[in-house]
Design a protein around this ligand. Structure first.
Ligand code: TMP
Length: 237
């Protein structure tokens, strides 16, 4: 499989074409941004952690029956994936209030929610990924009704699978963001599942083991990424 022309460079990843039109190559970078790229930095080793952790979760979820874009891990920073068209609707699930939900609604960070809360966001850097609802998605033609329902169903199932698995590592899944893609007419899970896209808290101490350490200048960023990968994969990644 040859790496061909770069298709796209995002804030944390580059996507390349390959000689197979159905397959893209994703390369994970150490670049970190926050607050819609107003804050920029580097988290040494992040690309390796996010590549390995995403591969781990994609394989785990495929075994549970969730279709994903993952094909295979190539090396520390690169994986092959199905060439999806990304749905411009992000799906967030929250189990505990934190981040933008706490800010927007005045619910103190750390407050357990009585049920998982699903949010959709319009994937737009220019607009700062605003929260939207099903009606917005429909009138903006971002996804069809069956696609919306399927993404929501997958997101809730993924939440249950991840929460149960993370419990074994004494990690609480506070919230996370998913992106889906269309491939050969089907909706499949795409993008990444990593400390950039999830809030992971140590279940005993509530220590943050995710990108909030970078966003909030808490220190120990690289160490947290390494620790959470090791805890989750047990070094078998
Ligand atoms: P939020 O509380 O800032 O809205 O973040 C909710 C979840 O989404 C959190 O787990 C981090 C993740 N996230 C991303 O993956 N990308 C982003 O650009 C932002 C702002 C959050």
């Amino acid at each position: 499989m040859n790496k061909l022309k770069q298709l796209y460079e995002g804030k944390a990843k580059k996507v390349f074409k390959t000689d197979n039109p159905d397959i893209y190559l994703i390369q994970y970078k150490d670049d970190a941004t926050a607050f819609n790229a107003q804050k920029r930095g580097t988290i040494v080793g992040k690309g390796v952690v996010n590549n390995k952790m995403s591969a781990y979760w994609f394989l785990f979820l495929e075994e549970k029956g969730i279709p994903t874009h993952f094909i295979e891990l190539l090396n520390d920073r690169e994986m092959l994936v199905k060439a999806v068209e990304i749905v411009k609707t992000e799906v967030i699930i929250r189990n505990i209030a934190a981040g933008s939900m706490s800010k927007r609604l005045g619910i103190p960070e750390g407050t357990p929610l009585s049920q998982p809360v699903l949010e959709f966001c319009y994937k737009s850097d220019e607009l700062g990924d605003p929260v939207i609802n099903r009606d917005h998605i429909r009138v903006m033609k971002l996804a069809t009704d069956p696609e919306i329902e399927l993404m929501a169903e997958y997101a809730h199932k993924i939440n249950g699978y991840l929460q149960a698995e993370l419990l074994k590592s004494n990690i609480t899944l506070v919230d996370f963001k998913l992106e889906f893609g269309r491939f050969q007419g089907e909706i499949i899970l795409a993008d990444e599942i990593s400390p950039d896209t999830c809030r992971f808290w140590d279940s005993t101490t509530n220590k943050k083991l995710d990108k909030d350490r970078f966003r909030r200048d808490l220190g120990g960023v690289e160490e947290a990424y390494q620790e959470v990968l090791k805890r989750i994969t047990g070094g078998k990644e």
